[in-house]
Design a binder for this molecule. Structure first.
Ligand SMILES: [Zn+2]
Ligand SMILES: [Zn+2]
Length: 199
């Protein structure tokens, strides 16, 4: 018989609440968690279920992330362009079409001065994208002559020429696109708030 054992025996565990059946009990052993073998059984089962659920949640999270990572960059470019274009339409609301000036068109687009194909580096440039009626945007392929004239009136020749001489190719990264999307979501929210306050 050792002294250590005596000490352990002498220490009387405090009463605690059983997490399963909620009754108060005094444990026989210091590490005892539940009141009875029956509750121990239930407790074990519960722990196992929790662990399983956690594992499932984790694998679902991983799957979602893998799926997002597997999307091609073009997907994120399109998603970002959509948000950016929404912002442009909100910014130019009421201005009318940049090419023909119509104010009551059936639908308005965000029309690129230099196309995303010709100058992808300008696809998210605010000087390069303006409100445009769908007729000019789609059917007259941007109607670029009047677009240029009106763009000069709007932002000045210098800035138009800066767009026209910008030929630096740019490769977007996923992180960069995420950042642009977040920025224009915020700008869109801010401008919509302004519209509401003005109304
Ligand atoms: Zn119990
Ligand atoms: Zn138009």
């Amino acid at each position: 018989m050792t002294g250590g054992l005596n000490v352990l025996k002498a220490k009387k565990p405090k009463p605690k609440k059983c997490p399963i059946c909620k009754t108060k009990f005094t444990p026989d052993r210091p590490l005892q968690i539940v009141c009875s073998p029956l509750c121990a059984n239930k407790y074990q089962k519960q722990q196992k279920e929790n662990q399983q659920k956690q594992a499932e949640d984790e694998s679902r999270r991983n799957w979602r992330k893998r799926k997002a990572d597997a999307k091609p960059l073009s997907h994120w470019k399109n998603m970002t362009q959509r948000v950016f274009n929404d912002y442009i339409r909100a910014r130019d609301r009421g201005n009318g079409c940049i090419s023909c000036g119509i104010k009551n068109a059936v639908s308005f687009h965000a029309g690129h001065f230099r196309t995303t194909k010709a100058a992808s580096q300008l696809r998210f440039n605010e000087d390069n994208v303006h409100l445009q009626c769908s007729a000019c945007n789609v059917h007259k392929s941007g109607d670029i002559g009047p677009y240029r004239l009106n763009l000069i009136k709007k932002i000045g020749l210098e800035r138009v020429m800066a767009l026209e001489s910008n030929n630096e190719e740019h490769r977007y990264t996923r992180e960069e696109l995420d950042g642009i999307r977040a920025l224009y979501r915020k700008k869109l929210r801010d401008i919509e708030k302004q519209h509401l306050e003005a109304a």
